[in-house]
Design a binder for this molecule. Structure first.
Ligand SMILES: [Mg+2]
Length: 128
């Protein structure tokens, strides 16, 4: 396959569309792709729980978080293509919405996180 450099969301949508039409023999239905997205999101969760949570990989299993995230991005692009969503424009509007809505929303996150840690320490101390 031709080497991919940095790709824009528009290029991603084009690449996924071309692949699905030429190699994948056409799109799955939107609802099937929704199920695939759920499946792939679960695979990301599996990786996260083993890499950063309390689960461990079974013998022979390997970490592949990047690949699972790529699967999610892929199916999101496919769903966008088949539902007429321009991801570049959608992301631009979404960032604008979030920036306006959340400009001051997270200002106190540091203090809240510190409180939670202190509560956790107290709870742990009480158990010992
Ligand atoms: Mg996967």
């Amino acid at each position: 396959m031709k080497e991919l450099g940095e790709i824009t969301l528009t290029e991603l949508q084009r690449i996924v569309d071309k692949w699905i039409k030429e190699i994948g023999h056409g799109y799955f239905s939107p609802l099937t792709n929704m199920a695939v997205l759920t499946e792939e999101t679960g695979e990301v969760a599996r990786q996260m729980s083993r890499l950063y949570g309390d689960q461990t990989f079974k013998p022979g299993e390997t970490a592949n978080l990047a690949d699972e995230l790529a699967d999610v991005v892929w199916v999101v692009a496919a769903i966008a293509n088949q539902t007429g969503v321009d991801l570049t424009e959608a992301l631009r509007r979404n960032l604008e919405k979030k920036t306006i809505r959340d400009l001051h929303r997270h200002e106190h996150r540091g203090a809240v996180a510190e409180e939670a840690i202190n509560r956790e320490i107290k709870t742990t101390d009480n158990k010992e």
